[in-house]
Each structure stands twice: as C-alpha cells, then as structure tokens.
Write a protein that binds this ligand. Structure first.
Ligand code: SAM
Length: 228
C-alpha cells in the first residue's frame, strides 16, 4: 500500500513513522509513506497557505490553490502496482480529508480501506479547515477519528495510517495477528478478553486459575465469556 500525506507540519510525522510496526512495514516494503509539505506548492516569497474566511469570523482557512496543486501533482505520479509485472496504479489515489465533520472511523471502515485501496492520499487540515471547494471537488471521503476537535489532521492521519498498516498482510507477526483483536470479525466485533503474564500472583492478585490449567478448550471458553 502507498500512502501520501499532505500537511503543513511534516516534522510531526517523524517519530510515529520511524518506530515499531510502522517502521518495520516500511522497511519490508509492505507500506510506502510519503509526507509532503503543502507549503512547497504555495506561490510567492511568503508561500502563503491560508487566508481569512469569507463572511468574517475568527481563524484562518487553508487556501484551495496550494492544496489542489499538491493533490494534482501527487495524483499524476506513476505508482507501481504491488501486484508486480511492471504495471502502474491507474485511477490515482483515494483522496481522504481528515475532518471532525467526516464519517466516524471504525474497525470495519479500516478493513474496507485496507482491502479496497492500494493508494490513499491523506489531507490534513489546520486552522478552521480547508476551503470547501477542495473538499467538494477533489476529496473522495471525509473521515473523523471521533467526536472531538484536534488542532490539526496530523494526529488523525497517524491514527489511520497505524490502523491501516495492521491490516496489511505480513505487517504483524503471527503472535501479534490482527484477527483476534478487539472489534475484529473473529471476536464478533466485540472488545477483547483480558490478558495476564508472569508472576501468577502480584500484590495478592492471582491470575484466574483457568488460564493456568493448560486446558485449551476451557481457556477458549473463558476467553469467549470475557468478551465485552
Ligand atoms: N473548524 C473545524 C470544525 O469546527 O469542525 C475544526 C478545525 S480543526 C481545529 C483543524 C483540522 O484538524 C481539521 O481541518 C481536521 O483536518 C483536523 N481535525 C480536528 N479534529 C479532527 C477529528 N476529530 N478527526 C479528524 N480530523 C480532525
């Protein structure tokens, strides 16, 4: 999968993309992430990217031109398809705007995006958001990570990238498999059972006996009964 991110704050992505599973997914070439600075597509000496809103009011709005230039430049890049054979992905990326006004992100939505799209472009808003004409014409989907407002779309983009990466075949080891996690189909979309590790007793609290019994059928039954 290829993900292109459009942001005014590219440095915010450095830590999360260069650690743990996201780092490994990129090293193993299962996931390719390109972070682009929208300011690089802005005109003039000052590279202006925002302006005051028509109709008045507080805050600034991200201007259409630099964002659209960035989307058009990236979408016209020939991207090799992961199927091999030297082909390129036709049709360009699915363009997603992270927005509190968008459709709420859920595990089934993550699975849909990961299985249906090989190339996704994530637009991160800032200030009051992006000029609506960009959303109306260039954006395929608006996605929210929850009913609260963050300063920018960077953290939501990172949340989505992480959730997507976990769905890509080969990213998680067998022992970390995404199939038996909270909200997975395997767990009937419920929340996972509790986990314990050594020691058997910690400050007077014992691990449930059944988990120490070695009886796999009973352990499985206990786990099913502790989904919430
Ligand atoms: N004026 C907007 C509103 O009231 O809906 C909020 C803008 S917010 C301060 C700036 C940017 O952060 C948004 O354009 C969006 O990209 C991002 N953002 C904030 N909260 C978000 C959320 N819950 N989900 C996804 N993106 C979010």
């Amino acid at each position: 999968m290829r993900i292109d991110v459009l942001t005014l704050f590219p440095a915010m992505f450095q830590g999360p993309l260069t650690e743990s599973i996201l780092q490994r997914a990129q090293e193993e070439r299962i996931l390719e992430i390109h972070v682009h600075d929208i300011r690089a597509f802005a005109r003039g000496r000052h590279r202006q990217v925002d302006d005051s809103p028509y109709g008045g009011g507080a805050g600034m709005v991200m201007m259409a031109e630099p964002v659209v230039k960035a989307i058009e430049t990236i979408a016209s890049t020939p991207v090799p398809s992961s199927g091999g054979g030297g082909g390129v992905l036709s049709g360009g990326p699915l363009c997603v705007y992270l927005s509190p006004r968008g459709k709420r992100l859920t595990q089934p939505e993550v699975e849909r995006l990961a299985t249906k799209h090989e190339w996704i472009l994530l637009l991160c808003g800032h200030y009051e958001g992006v000029d609506q004409r960009v959303i109306d014409t260039w954006i395929d989907e608006e996605i929210s990570i929850g009913d609260y407002v963050l300063t920018g779309g960077e953290l939501p983009a990172m949340v989505l990238i992480d959730a997507l990466a976990r769905q890509l075949p080969g990213v998680l080891g067998k022992e970390e498999s995404a199939h038996e996690e909270s909200f997975s189909k395997k767990l009937s979309r419920k929340r996972e059972y509790p986990h314990y590790t050594r020691p058997e007793e910690f400050r007077g609290m014992r691990v449930p006996d059944i988990l120490l019994s070695g009886n796999h059928a009973k352990i499985e039954e206990w786990r099913r009964n502790h989904l919430v």
